[in-house]
Design a protein around this ligand. Sequence first.
Ligand code: HEC
Length: 197
Amino acid sequence: MMAKVNWTLAFLFALTMLANFTLRPDPSVPTLEILPNMVHSAAYASFTPNPVLPEGKTMQLPVPGTLPRGFQPLHYQGTEAEALRAAAELKNPLDPEKAMARGTVVYQNFCTPCHGGQLRGDGAVALHGYPAPPNLKGDKSMKLTEGQMFHILTFGQKKMPSYAVQLTPEDRWSVIAFVKAAQNQSAAPAPVPEAPK
Ligand code: HEC
């Protein structure tokens, strides 16, 4: 017995097949936006005035008593007395060996311009007129504790600018590990002679 053909379904099937091959949308034309406000939300840019939010500002201050993610409070001020307190109290939380790779990169990028590749204070910036930093392998700098270096990198010291904005606390501790290791290297009995210029 032959199966009965449902002509309505057969017709609809043929119609969709036809539509499939004839109605090819142009891929270079954007599709229809039914709710354009959902597609392009009318967001306020961070620094623009805002009639909806308090004080008319878009970017709001953090809620009192909250800390930004990853923020580590530092309970020191930028004074000399506080530098001495930091010198005595602050310890490098990083494993010096693990910090070395990052510390080397940070030193090369942020410190060589003034302090020079050998820490002697003869970087390009110093050679072009910026007050030369002291030799970090000199007697005075050798006595700096890591805590004091952290204070210097955070708050600056005289002509040495603060690096608190450019370097995260972890990067500061990493570069301190590098400087300490370089200083200790120079304390070794036989210094490597420099190649003739
Ligand atoms: C713009 C040039 C400049 C850059 C860049 C710079 N320093 Fe200095 N640094 C100085 C000067 C100048 C001094 C001397 C400040 C003073 O008179 O006390 C100094 C001092 C220091 C001291 C204290 C030395 C001492 O005996 O008191 C340390 C430690 C130090 N810098 C580390 C760094 C490290 C680490 C970096 C890289 C993150 C860095 N500096 C980047 C210019 C610079």
